[in-house]
Design a binder for this molecule. Structure first.
Ligand SMILES: [Zn+2]
Length: 152
């Protein structure tokens, strides 16, 4: 148990409200959920391409707080997004992680593992592989456009 974040100050809620731009725009959005690309980390010029975040629109901390409709929407979106990543990024595997250590608004990481990723980078540190495809905002925008097309 940690920080208590009110929806009006929550980074994820502010992104959903349009106060903060999601890089590349929404990749997937419906009544219940929002998915977009991860931000470029502070102090870096590029992000691991294809690292997506899927979030319920309602400010809840964990799966245990979701309604059935929200849970269904999360699962449906995760499956569709994983298929799009496999196709667009030619992922050999797609990870889904929920950690929830730093912000109390549920967010699922959906991350492609690229072919030839060395075994020591499999799992939570897949984005540490120096050989992974990375890109700045223009590459992120292009990828998000391709993912939206694949999701239609
Ligand atoms: Zn929130």
């Amino acid at each position: 148990m940690g920080q208590i974040t009110e929806p009006q100050t929550c980074f994820i809620c502010r992104k959903h409200n349009g106060e903060i731009d999601s890089p590349g725009g929404a990749v997937y959005e419906d009544e219940w959920v929002f998915a977009g690309h991860a931000f470029i980390p502070d102090g870096k010029d590029t992000a691991y391409l294809g690292m997506l975040l899927l979030e319920p629109k309602r400010h809840v901390a964990n799966w245990i707080d979701l309604s059935d409709a929200e849970g269904e929407a999360m699962g449906r979106a995760a499956a569709r997004i994983a298929r799009a990543l496999k196709k667009v990024c030619r992922a050999e595997h797609v990870y889904t992680f929920v950690l929830g250590h730093s912000i109390d608004h549920l967010h699922m990481f959906i991350i492609p593992r690229y072919p030839d990723t060395p075994r020591e980078f499999w799992g939570l540190n897949v984005d540490d592989w120096p050989g992974a495809p990375r890109g700045g905002i223009e590459e992120i925008e292009d990828l998000c456009e391709d993912l939206r097309s694949a999701l239609e």
